[in-house]
Design a protein around this ligand. Structure first.
Ligand SMILES: *[C@@H]1O[C@H](CO)[C@@H](O)[C@H](O)[C@H]1NC(C)=O
Ligand SMILES: *[C@@H]1O[C@H](CO)[C@@H](O)[C@H](O)[C@H]1NC(C)=O
Ligand SMILES: *[C@@H]1O[C@H](CO)[C@@H](O)[C@H](O)[C@H]1NC(C)=O
Ligand SMILES: *[C@@H]1O[C@H](CO)[C@@H](O)[C@H](O)[C@H]1NC(C)=O
Ligand SMILES: *[C@@H]1O[C@H](CO)[C@@H](O)[C@H](O)[C@H]1NC(C)=O
Ligand SMILES: *[C@@H]1O[C@H](CO)[C@@H](O)[C@H](O)[C@H]1NC(C)=O
Ligand SMILES: *[C@@H]1O[C@H](CO)[C@@H](O)[C@H](O)[C@H]1NC(C)=O
Ligand SMILES: *[C@@H]1O[C@H](CO)[C@@H](O)[C@H](O)[C@H]1NC(C)=O
Length: 754
């Protein structure tokens, strides 16, 4: 049971030293602990300067420095920044009422920035709750205290290690007055002897114990009762070890059997751990993950970094998120040894770990089929909050988040930390997409999460790149049809960026130059792009000539820039023609002539080439089609520079059966000259000649060279036309020329001759 008295009043009868101010509610907390008064002042209340003064009768002392250490006062900030004052019940100026109740008058003096002081008087009254043990030791932050049972002091014998001396120990006996001068507070109460000194006092020494340093004061007090000289061992030893990280734990280890204190063999009687001034029950300690471990001769206290009971402070160090952790522990150990029936040792220690890098954990909860990124970032204490999120270099504006389907939530954990959950749809414009082929698409979130540390406002940027793959691509689709002027292709966009695809027409990349050159018409619609290629334009391939017309094909392909994945479509169209001459690279000539309008009429059935045995392949009422090789049917080759001109002609032949043919061949009255020009050496190209009245032999257009690479894959559509080509799968690009000039000339001549 604790009794806490927090009083403020005017001390009538005593001269008040300060004018007391009224005590603000909630700013002071006092508690009675086992062996000390405990007073804390809220950090928000602390002024520009502040101090504690303690008063007994008319004596007033400021709590500070060596005086505080020697007199049993400890002033410190706790992890939360509150000011703490711990005062031993046996401290100087404490009113000791038969060792069962202790009173202390404390003034808290707070000075604001104008130098104005306010004084708050606090009378602390604590009853003794835990009876005194035969021997008690206190290892405070600033002093060591030893309480032995006893009466009046006389002399003190200090023992100090002296390797050069016999026995390795030097003894120094000093009168109590002298000990006082050396910084040792030695006094008695009704029933006890007290020794207290600051750390590092003269005649104290440090001893290495395992890995830790232990500060030792080895002293015996000699005193007289009546005529008997009695001695009491007043040795005290405190471990100086600090905490260190061991895995994810803060580890504080200290020797179990402190030198000069423990007189072996000894029996452990009790061990209690407290944090922040409160003992921890085993259950709470377990819950928080605290552990006490007897490891051989060392006592190991493990506290998970960041565990409740301590205080976390976030920082950004060299661009990395890190945390400092502070935890005020105290430890009560009790044992029995050969010298003392019971020893109690209380140790107070502020453990701290500074600037431990704490990598932020990204938990990728993305389920691709849900079509959104879902990531959590963890775990943050409450002095960190997410400021901004930048995706692909663009800030994600809070006010637009909901509209764009972006969600952010903060989820707390029982251990006083929390995580952020960030969700962003794949379809968000800031999510980048990459087509991987086979209809797979990769979505990537390039995010920078800016966290703000409070209260300093430091910023920590956490960059995260998260990907997800999904087979959700609708590929572009090609369709085609025939128009009056040419071939039209429709390229349906699909659902990936159309700029990732290149369009090829007949193996040539479609660019503005080609569009202009070929007179293509390009027309974007909502769902597709329409491309119309006029007849005889580049990109159009010759497939055959028949009475139905000229069969051409257009191969259009879409090639993905990254994956080279290809979509192709071949559209075949037949265009009615009346007359046409085709010179094929394989050395064949295919010609369609039309006798309509010739006077007197010529029956197309009665026509032949220079070799009269070469008859039309097909005829109708007025037209005849011939297909022959340049080394047959009487074709005449004439060499002209590096070119060879192959000439033949279509003539009318008498309708007589061969065996009835008259001896003298009548002069044909109908002659259509034909000619193909091929290079003397080198590859032949395909050319198509249209009838023309212009007396020119030169190619009219399309002087560009073809890189003729692609062929239609499938044989595809049934050809309703009779192909004149030996290899129907091989389409050649069309080169169109004006018809041979001889046409007109010879025709006219014939007329004259007749
Ligand atoms: C010793 O204790 C007595 C009362 O118990 C007190 O009056 C005296 O001032 C103390 N001496 C020192 C040196 O603190
Ligand atoms: C216990 O400690 C002693 C001395 O420090 C050492 O010699 C011994 O090996 C240790 N035993 C174990 C099990 O660690
Ligand atoms: C707090 O709890 C979360 C979730 O259980 C865990 O991931 C995290 O490491 C814990 N943090 C600390 C400091 O214990
Ligand atoms: C967040 O963005 C705003 C405006 O772009 C900027 O003023 C602010 O400093 C940013 N905060 C952080 C933590 O980056
Ligand atoms: C954090 O990231 C934001 C956005 O990318 C940037 O503007 C800011 O300068 C960065 N801050 C730090 C401290 O790196
Ligand atoms: C995140 O999750 C997705 C989907 O489960 C997975 O494809 C991806 O590899 C994960 N990791 C990262 C860093 O993106
Ligand atoms: C040409 O001959 C075929 C059969 O030999 C015949 O069917 C057709 O009618 C003839 N055409 C003309 C215009 O005489
Ligand atoms: C002729 O065509 C072949 C195969 O298509 C090619 O390898 C060769 O280079 C061409 N020759 C000329 C002179 O263009």
């Amino acid at each position: 049971m604790y009794y806490v008295y927090l009083l403020w009043f005017l001390l009538f009868g005593l001269c008040p030293i300060f004018v007391p101010d009224s005590i603000p509610i909630g700013m002071f907390r006092t508690e009675c602990h086992d062996r000390h008064f405990w007073l804390s002042v809220n950090s928000n209340f602390l002024g520009h300067k502040f101090r504690f003064d303690v008063q007994a009768d008319s004596e007033v002392h400021e709590v500070s420095g060596q005086w505080a250490a020697e007199c049993g006062y400890t002033m410190a900030f706790d992890s939360w920044g509150d000011l703490l004052l711990r005062v031993s019940y046996l401290a100087c100026l404490v009113e000791n009422q038969r060792e069962t109740e202790f009173r202390l008058m404390v003034w808290f003096i707070n000075q604001d920035s104008n130098g104005e002081e306010k004084s708050y008087p606090l009378l602390l009254i604590c009853p003794l709750q835990v009876p005194w043990g035969p021997r008690e030791l206190v290892c405070e932050q600033n002093y060591i205290e030893e309480l032995g049972e006893g009466l009046r002091e006389w002399r003190v014998v200090f023992r100090i290690p002296a390797p050069s001396q016999e026995g390795g120990i030097r003894e120094e006996t000093v009168p109590v007055r002298m000990a006082h001068l050396l910084g040792y507070h030695i006094n008695t109460t009704d029933s006890r002897i007290l020794l207290r000194c600051a750390y590092g006092s003269k005649l104290a020494y440090t001893q290495q114990w395992g890995e830790t340093d232990v500060e030792v004061v080895s002293a015996t007090i000699l005193y007289k009762i009546k005529w008997t000289l009695l001695t009491v061992d007043m040795s005290v030893a405190c471990t100086m070890s600090q905490a260190r990280m061991d895995g994810s734990d803060v580890l504080w280890s200290l020797p179990r059997d402190l030198p000069t204190l423990v007189h072996l063999p000894f029996i452990e009687k009790g061990l209690k751990l407290g944090v922040g001034g409160q003992y921890l029950s085993e259950c709470v300690a377990h819950q928080r993950g605290y552990m006490i471990h007897n490891n051989n001769r060392t006592l190991e206290i493990r506290i998970p970094f960041g565990a409740e009971g301590g205080f976390i402070k976030s920082h950004v160090i060299d661009g990395l998120y890190s945390q400092s952790y502070f935890v005020d522990v105290f430890l009560l150990r009790e044992w029995e040894d050969t010298a003392w029936s019971l020893t109690q040792q209380r140790t107070f220690r502020a453990l701290f770990i500074y600037h431990l890098p704490r990598p932020v954990t990204l938990i990728n909860k993305t389920v691709p089929s849900q079509r959104e990124f879902s990531i959590s970032l963890c775990c943050f204490p409450h002095d960190v909050s997410l400021g901004n999120v930048t995706v692909a270099g663009q800030p994600v504006l809070w006010e637009e988040m909901e509209r764009n389907g972006v969600r952010l939530s903060q989820n707390p954990f029982p251990n006083n930390t929390y995580m952020y959950l960030f969700q962003m749809p794949f379809s968000h414009p800031l999510i980048s997409q990459t087509y991987l082929g086979d209809r797979f698409r990769k979505y990537t979130l390039y995010g920078v999460f800016s966290f703000i540390m409070f209260p300093d406002g430091e910023i920590y940027n956490y960059s995260a790149t998260v990907e997800a793959k999904l087979q959700d691509v609708v590929l572009p689709k090609l369709e085609g049809d025939c128009t009056i002027q040419g071939v039209r292709t429709l390229a349906y966009y699909g659902n990936i960026d159309s700029s990732e695809w290149s369009l090829y027409v007949g193996g040539m990349k479609l660019d503005w130059e080609l569009v202009e050159l070929g007179g293509f018409s390009l027309d974007p619609h909502e769902l597709y792009l329409s491309l119309e290629i006029p007849l005889y334009a580049p990109g159009m391939a010759y497939e055959g000539l028949g009475l139905q017309g000229l069969l051409v094909s257009v191969l259009v392909s879409l090639v993905h820039l990254e994956t080279a994945e290809e979509q192709t479509h071949v559209q075949r169209c037949v265009f009615p023609v009346k007359e046409l001459l085709v010179c094929l690279p394989d050395g064949r000539m295919v010609v369609m002539i039309d006798t309509a309008g010739v006077s007197p009429p010529v029956n197309p059935n009665h026509t032949a080439l220079l070799d009269p045995a070469c008859r039309p392949l097909e005829t109708d009422n007025s037209r005849a089609i011939f297909s022959f090789s340049i080394d047959s049917c009487g074709t005449v080759a004439t060499h002209d520079g590096d070119q060879v001109i192959y000439r033949n002609e279509v003539r009318n032949v008498p309708p007589f059966p061969p065996h009835l043919r008259p001896l003298s061949q009548p002069q044909p009255r109908y002659r259509v000259p034909l000619g193909c020009v091929h290079p003397e050496n080198g590859n032949r190209t395909l050319s198509i000649y249209l009838p023309s009245h212009s007396p020119t032999l030169l190619p009219m257009k399309h002087t560009h060279t073809h890189s003729h690479t692609r062929h239609p894959e499938g044989k595809g559509k049934e050809q309703t036309i009779h192909s004149q080509d030996n290899n129907p799968n091989r389409a050649c690009h069309i080169l169109v020329f004006a018809y041979f000039a001889f046409y007109q000339v010879i025709y006219e001549l014939t007329e004259v001759l007749l």
